[in-house]
Design a protein around this ligand. Structure first.
Ligand SMILES: Cc1cc2nc3c(=O)[nH]c(=O)nc-3n(C[C@H](O)[C@H](O)[C@H](O)COP(=O)(O)O)c2cc1C
Length: 343
């Protein structure tokens, strides 16, 4: 069905098409998440995920359609990035489909409606299915670290997990929070803002890192009791691309990010030796891609750009394909497969 509709949808400007998709999903009657094969279940950071295939941040920035996406077959959904107050993001156009490259370039710049409306929507949920909240800092904030701390305080009651996003390339200076001194300060503030019994906190990192960064970030994360690392956000680098939009500024995602994101994942696995859970994202478009990340050390995977090209049935197809991979490998559980490429 999506194959038939795709040429029509792709004739519309990318951001308008995305808004249309959100509008359509909001109108769908509520659908219960599907029953996943039991072997796909995995426990990470104290949460029981029914499937390791999640929706990456940025698709549902304002937490409008989390339950609809769970109903489409995602094992978990990450909403956001949400900043304390509403902001418009960068001028349009700011979202480009690179169809020849199965990729997207975006420079959205954290356009979102702020904490208040998202909180209201998330409070109304039945809380069936795992929804993480990805938090960020306002572009004009005078104290970005305080924005993250307030995100932890505000969202802890409605989030199954929190994702601290310091890796988006479209807010000037944000990635600087990954640097040594700033990261320690940020993670201390996040730790102090956490409530006893509150949700686990993941840290989302960029794929554009120096060789020594994974070791340093893993150490800081473990020291500050971060529960997992999401590897990775979009890249500022430009591998060979064919599309006429290749020169657009912003973060690149989709197929060309795949080798870079896998390399970053392996670097974080080597640096951590399995001491902290890893969530893989970047260019995942099939069960084979997801299986490769799990074998490289990811306990969970997320995707976004491939949905643009493969349509809404993708989450279920990847989950079913992963169950086949697991059967073929003769492993009893997904947990056994995590990091097994080193065995
Ligand atoms: C249009 C768009 C908007 C995004 N917005 C966010 C965001 O707000 N916060 C975030 O952490 N990541 C954001 N991302 C990054 C994705 O979550 C993901 O890390 C990245 O796209 C790589 O995965 P993919 O290749 O499967 O898309 C965005 C990606 C795209 C394409």
């Amino acid at each position: 069905m999506y194959r038939l509709l795709r040429p029509l949808i792709h004739r519309i400007d990318a951001e308008t098409a995305h808004r249309g998709t959100i509008g359509a999903l909001k109108m769908l009657p509520p659908r219960r998440p599907p029953d996943f094969p039991q072997m796909l279940a995995i426990d990470v950071a104290g949460l029981s995920f029914p499937s390791p295939v999640g929706l990456a941040a940025g698709f549902d920035k304002d937490a409008e359609i989390a339950d609809a996406m769970l109903g489409l077959g995602f094992g978990f959904v990450e909403v956001g990035t949400i900043t304390p107050v509403a902001q418009p993001g960068n001028p349009k156009p700011r979202l480009f489909r690179l169809a020849e490259d199965q990729a997207v370039i975006n420079r959205m710049g954290f356009n979102n409606a702020g904490f208040a409306p998202a909180l209201q929507r998330l409070r109304k949920r039945q809380r069936s299915g795992i929804v993480g909240v990805n938090i960020g800092a306002n572009k004009d904030s005078v104290d970005r670290i305080a924005d993250y701390a307030s995100g932890v305080t505000a969202m802890s009651g409605v989030a199954d997990y929190l994702a601290v996003n310091i890796s988006s390339p479209n807010t000037p200076g944000l990635r600087g929070l990954q640097d040594e001194g700033a990261l320690g300060e940020l993670l201390s503030a996040v730790r102090n803002a956490r409530l006893p019994g509150g949700p686990p906190v993941f840290l989302k990192v960029a794929p554009d890192l120096d060789a020594e960064d994974p070791q340093r970030i893993v150490r800081a994360a473990i020291d500050h009791r971060i529960d997992g690392l999401i590897v990775a956000n979009t890249t500022l680098s430009r591998p060979a691309l064919r599309s006429r939009f290749a020169g657009e500024a912003g973060g690149l995602s989709g197929a060309p990010l795949k080798p870079l994101a896998l390399e970053a994942l392996r670097a974080f696995r080597a640096a951590s030796g399995g001491a902290i859970p890893l969530i893989a994202v970047g260019g995942i478009a099939s069960a084979d891609d997801a299986w490769a990340r799990i074998r490289a050390g990811a306990s969970l995977v997320q995707l976004y750009t491939a949905l643009v090209y493969e349509g809404p049935g993708l989450a279920r197809r990847v989950a079913n394909g992963l169950a086949d991979c697991l059967c073929r490998s003769e492993m009893a559980s997904l947990a056994e497969a995590v990091g097994s490429e080193d065995d």
